[in-house]
Design a protein around this ligand. Sequence first.
Ligand code: AMP
Length: 416
Amino acid sequence: MPAFQTSPGMRDILPPDTARWRRLNAVFADVVGAAGYGQIITPLIEDVGVFTRIGEATDVVTKELYAFEDRGGRHVSLRPELTAGVCRAFAQHRPAALPWKVWYTGPNFRQEKAQRGRYRQFDQVGIEVLGVDDAHLDVEVIALASEFYRRLGLSQITLVVNSLGEPEDRAAYVDALAAYFATADLTEQSRSTLEKNPLRVLDSKREHDAAAIAGAPKISEFHSDGAAAHFATVLAGLTRLGIDFVVEPKLVRGLDYYRRTIFEFQGGTLDSAQNALGGGGRYDGLVEALGGPATPGIGFALGVDRTLLACDDEGVFGDDSAPLDAFVVDVVGGQEAVAITAELRAAGFTADRGYDDRSMKAQMKLANRSDARFAVIVGDDELASDSVILRPMARDAGDQQTMSRSDLISHLKAHS
Ligand code: AMP
């Protein structure tokens, strides 16, 4: 056992697995880039206040922050999510052109109990749009996440939507829920959640709470006319785009600032405790709480780790890393391989080589294992005549040929 291992909930992502991460990010960047979103990169560390503004009633803030005092005595934290940092950036830079559409990718940190699909460092991709209140934007945002999953090849995804109404609707609903749950039969944990945030009691997956939750009042009974119309427009837009959805009145999600539309994407192959692949919603007041002007916002964050687990389960989005173009075998000391691999790479080919002046046989074994299309071989004769042997590695790809060093690149270009 080595002296050091990754800390609990932290993982190394090794090659070739990293190729899938890069591809997932590329698909996401393509999907949102085509809709006019620009990439934003915010710091991993922010003033802890940026995150406590998300809401005191979420575990993410109360229990899971990696908060500490830096050497200058500032109270800072590793970011547990990206929305708050984006809103802080908006408040700080005040972009003039609205809506401000941004996308992001990167790691977040939460001190959670680690298990499959739940880590202490995990990646998200996401978007936020600030400055526009239009229900059609809600449809665009949801549709982009949906298109991302489609492009990955995932099919067992359920989109769950709900509306939390206007802030007053939500407040009236919270009061009604608190009154209802006060006399209901709940678990100890849900009783304590009730004191902090009655909405979150609806999130309980504990069996003992199920009956009480099933009989609870529904948010739709509290929707104002405006909120009901907004939600109807969102649902009509999704229907128009042929995006399947389920309206789930119990969906509440964590953020205290959520209003109107909220949504979640659930993976059909994952355990129910980790089946949320991603989600988001419309929020107000967050930019304001971070020192900016009152600004409507909407966005989502999708978990990269869980999305890849879902891809594994559905057998899609495998490793498509391309084989090498050439593996250079040099049995005359290695300097020729230094030059030829550099030349090949500069010409745009992928090339690797053997090291440690190994035997011809050992280097050919490596060439085979590398899955390269060609071996480029230099022995004493080739060195003397300034030539190389080009040997196709596939069984039925023809015979090897000797050619002048200066013809190698043009020959490969003609055969690629
Ligand atoms: P949230 O920011 O909590 O709404 O989470 C959005 C998505 O990020 C979730 O649906 C997960 O896919 C992912 N996620 C959140 N927390 C974790 C975690 N601890 N480990 C892995 N993925 C996570």
